[in-house]
Design a protein around this ligand. Structure first.
Ligand SMILES: [Zn+2]
Length: 883
């Protein structure tokens, strides 16, 4: 195994490739256990390489059958082939053609990297380093080649044959039951964007006319019989294509765009040129089987992968250290898309919740790393929230600093300068510096320094001088490998609310109005003075979450209540309520542990009551307001000596208190938000359902008897999955007979529908009760459970470890032991997914000492496991701080 040989790859070691590949002609003869791949590579020396260099091709578990150079068989002593690589020590010092034949077993490929079988189809996943599992190749993103792919298969087994680009030929193979198809992709691309699919698939077809009037065929391939569930994804695709033309001037380039949904997939989806391959969870959606949240994420992920055609494919990454160049930027683009077509404030709130819930936690623990890492041992462990979500925040800050026009000018320059190339983060930032004539040297620290900056803000009003002074201090906590940091440059949007709750102009001491209310922070400590403020204003800080930081300010409860009621920035209205709740929860967690009396939630309940009574507010916004900080949020804010049981108890008591105090208006809201008409997945209808279901859950927490009756009735009468699963989730938190009855009914009703049964597994794994571990263990023996299906593993094991704080963190350590054992078993099947789920331990050092010791013991047991994959070994070693 590779555990011992795992070496660090360093950004500072980057060298351009010695050999380039001009064209790749692949001939893939599909067979369930014996697929033969013939690759014909036209190689040429890189003019930038210093001297004649050996040809070194990557491989991974490959089996070489033959090799020819310019048509002649290569002598056995002219090359070295192992499963992990192929080297020609003394190649000709000129362009030549290399023909390589390898054999693969797609059915045995449980890692789901390279070519594998999923359900009725052969499929590929090549990012980041999967192409080397198909053939020997310089498998790095700065080698961009033109691919032509011929696929051959049995007609009955794989009537549909797809690859990147446009189809140029197809037909039967005379005298056999086999057929073939040839696909040509005219756009040079790195090997990680290669894809092929063969199988029995149903198709939904449509078309799109681009802004220049070209007709593009659109096809979505799904498991036969599920075509109707792809209609929403098709609509989302067309909305994405139009939006990218309007918002960024980007037009689609091939004659056809295809999406294939597969049931076994390590990631969410993959942007292969012209042939996106999706986890079917992110394509299939119908009212009966998908929740509003599912519809929402189908739309966002379809958009994300489509947007990669320009930010990722046309312009790709020079090396994997630049992963955020395509991911951070494309997440930013999909966030903007959702904001434009749904609700911008609600989208921002949801994104910030996710950022804090995942990325801030990552930044605060042993797995913290910069947006552009300096080194890695296993690149698949860097598909993280830091690269994606913090990477998107950095692009958003750039836009806030420069303003929309100059930001767009920088993007336009980036597309002009780098189209068809593999670029770096520095080149990307240089486009904005040049187009906007703005010095971004200090801003680059966002790519290099890990950790979440903390801002401490002190505001003071001087009634005599009619001025207001903000003193802002930046704190940059140490992270692994980065004990000392420099202050960051960031946009900090502010506003002043007068006593009437209205915005006052934000004027600097010299009387100039501050552009868009955005300050630019650059120093460890700085003062800003504002003029023209006769009366003490309430200051609204970091509006729209303009900088991804932790904020401490001298705002008291009545200031927060005032902001909650009046702030013209909806994000900060929500934030004020969250801040009130967080402070209260932290106090009550401590009180719970000390057995002392809790503080009552009067100010918070008043603010939330006002939200429910304000019928002008978007219901989706009100639903966000009514959702208290999660257990994970509270643990993160407490930061050390964390007791998950005390957090759970304090949060549950607060929810019950709010449910009791606002019982009347909550019941009224439930009633008001109930739609009688036919189901529609649009954002406004989804918002009403979200608010109704948050209210139902609060009612049930406050008054179990009444709430359970209501939830059971909603479960029974629901005509859509959103309402049914919300009712079941509420029931699942109450140990009543109605719970098991509904769970059993749900299983019977949806038996065989994998994506829906995943929800059934997931809900049970999240029940915050002591017998849940036993329940989860027995569910692993259910015939429907399998370690080889990532969606199922994430539903049961992932939800237990990540969505069930009290039971994963059981005081007796049995939750940790179970997770450790499961990860060891999973590692032998699918190391990528095992490594991903192992990150559930990333906050172990913040736990109270008893749990911390038990978590450490479980981690050490995994670290000592025999023949660990490089993926799992890397995560465990970094989590323990030993690697
Ligand atoms: Zn992406």
């Amino acid at each position: 195994m590779r555990t011992e040989q795992a070496v660090s790859v360093r950004l500072s070691d980057y060298r351009p490739p010695d050999w380039l590949v001009e064209t790749v002609d692949l001939d893939v003869s599909l067979d369930p256990t014996h697929t033969v791949v013939r690759a014909r590579l036209r190689l040429k020396p890189n003019p930038h390489a210093a001297a004649p260099a050996p040809v070194v091709l990557d491989g991974d578990e490959l089996q070489l059958r033959s090799i020819r150079l310019d048509g002649a068989a290569l002598a056995a002593d002219a090359y070295v082939a192992t499963p992990d690589g192929l080297t020609i020590p003394q190649p000709p010092n000129r362009a030549f053609v290399l023909e390589i034949e390898t054999a693969l077993d797609p059915s045995a490929n449980t890692k789901l990297m390279g070519l594998y079988r999923s359900g009725n189809a052969y499929t590929t996943q090549c990012e980041a380093e999967g192409f080397r599992r198909i053939t020997y190749f310089p498998d790095r993103p700065d080698v961009m080649a033109v691919f032509t792919t011929r696929i051959e298969a049995d007609k009955a087994e794989a009537p549909v044959l797809l690859a990147n680009g446009n189809m140029t030929a197809a037909g039967d193979i005379p005298g056999s039951t086999r057929h073939f198809a040839v696909w040509h992709d005219p756009f040079p691309k790195p090997s990680y964007l290669f894809a092929l699919v063969g199988g029995v698939l149903g198709v939904v077809a449509d078309s799109f006319t681009t802004m220049s009037g070209r007709e593009v065929a659109l096809k979505i391939f799904v498991e036969p019989g599920k075509e109707t569930r792809a209609a929403y994804a098709m609509g989302a695709l067309k909305r994405s294509m139009r939006w990218d033309e309007q918002a960024f001037g980007r037009e689609y380039d091939l004659d056809i765009f295809m999406i294939v949904a597969v049931s076994h997939f390590n990631m969410g989806a993959m942007e292969n040129k012209g042939l996106n391959i999706f986890n079917d969870k992110n394509v299939l959606a119908s009212p009966e089987t998908a929740t509003d949240q599912d519809f929402n994420s189908v739309e966002a992920i379809i958009a994300h992968e489509y947007f990669h055609n320009w930010t990722g494919n046309r312009i790709t990454c020079r090396d994997w250290f630049q992963l955020c160049l395509k991911e951070g930027l494309t997440v930013f683009r999909d966030q903007e898309f959702t904001s434009d077509i749904r609700s911008r404030p609600v989208k921002r709130i949801a994104d910030v919740r996710a950022l804090r819930g995942h990325q801030f936690v990552e930044d605060a623990g042993p797995l913290a790393h910069p947006v552009r890492p300096e080194a890695y041992r296993e690149i698949s462990n860097f598909y993280t929230s830091t690269i994606y979500e913090k990477g998107a925040e950095v692009v958003r800050m750039l836009k806030t600093l420069l303003g929309p026009e100059r930001f767009r000018a920088g993007m336009d320059l980036y597309f002009v300068r780098h189209d068809g190339r593999a670029a770096t983060v520095d080149e990307f930032i240089a486009c904005f510096a040049n187009a906007a004539k703005y010095d971004l040297t200090q801003f680059m620290l966002w790519y290099r320094q890990s950790g979440t900056p903390e801002l401490v803000v002190q505001g003071n009003h001087d009634a005599g001088a009619k001025t207001y002074t903000l003193e802002i201090t930046q704190i940059l906590p140490p992270t692994p490998g980065q004990p000392v940091k420099e202050p960051m440059a960031m946009p900090f949007a502010i506003g002043f609310l007068g006593p009437d709750g209205k915005d006052r102009p934000v004027m600097l001491a010299d009387g100039r109005r501050l552009d868009r209310g955005v300050l630019t922070l650059t120093k460890a400590k700085e003062n800003f003075v504002f003029s023209g403020l006769d009366e003490r204003p309430v200051v609204s800080l970091n509006r729209g979450f303009s900088a991804p930081v932790k904020l401490t300010a001298n705002l008291n409860d009545s200031d927060l209540a005032f902001l909650a009621a009046h702030d013209s920035d909806p994000f900060n209205r929500w934030q004020a309520m969250q801040s009130l709740a967080t402070a209260l929860l932290i106090e009550n967690v401590a009180a719970h542990r000390a057995n002392s009396p809790k503080r009552a939630a009067d100010a918070l309940a008043h603010a939330l009551g006002a939200v429910l009574e304000d019928h002008n507010l978007e219901p989706a916004f009100a639903a966000q307001a009514m959702t208290l900080p999660s257990e994970g949020d509270i643990a993160r804010e407490i930061g050390r000596d964390v007791d998950p049981d005390a957090i759970f108890a304090a949060r549950r008591e607060l929810r019950a208190e709010i449910g009791r105090k606002l019982a009347t208006v909550i019941a009224d809201t439930c009633h008001r938000m109930t739609d009688r008409g036919p189901f529609s997945p649009d954002a406004a209808s989804a918002g009403r359902r979200a608010l109704k279901n948050v209210c139902l859950d609060l009612l049930a927490t406050a008054d179990e008897a009444t709430g359970v009756v209501r939830a059971a009735a909603q479960y029974r009468d629901a005509d859509n999955m959103t309402d049914r699963i919300a009712a079941l989730a509420t029931l699942s938190h109450h140990p009543v007979p109605e719970r098991q009855a509904a769970l059993d009914d749900f299983y019977r009703r949806y038996d065989g529908d994998a994506l829906v049964i995943d929800k059934w597994f997931g809900l049970q794994a999240a029940i915050p009760e002591t017998d849940t571990l036993a329940r989860v263990k027995s569910l692993t023996a259910d015939p429907a459970f399998s370690l080889s299906n990532p969606n199922r593993v994430r539903a049961l094991i992932g939800n237990f470890a990540q969505a069930n704080q009290t039971q994963f963190n059981r005081r007796d350590g049995e939750g940790y032991d179970f997770h450790a054992d499961t990860m060891l078993a999973l590692d032998a099947i699918n190391p990528q997914v095992a490594a991903r789920l192992m990150t559930a331990f990333r906050s172990w050092r913040a736990l109270e000492p008893g749990r911390r010791d038990k978590a450490e013991a479980a981690l050490k047991r995994v670290a000592a496991g025999a023949s660990l994959s490089r993926d799992l070994h890397d995560i465990v070693a970094r989590t323990l701080g030993t690697g």
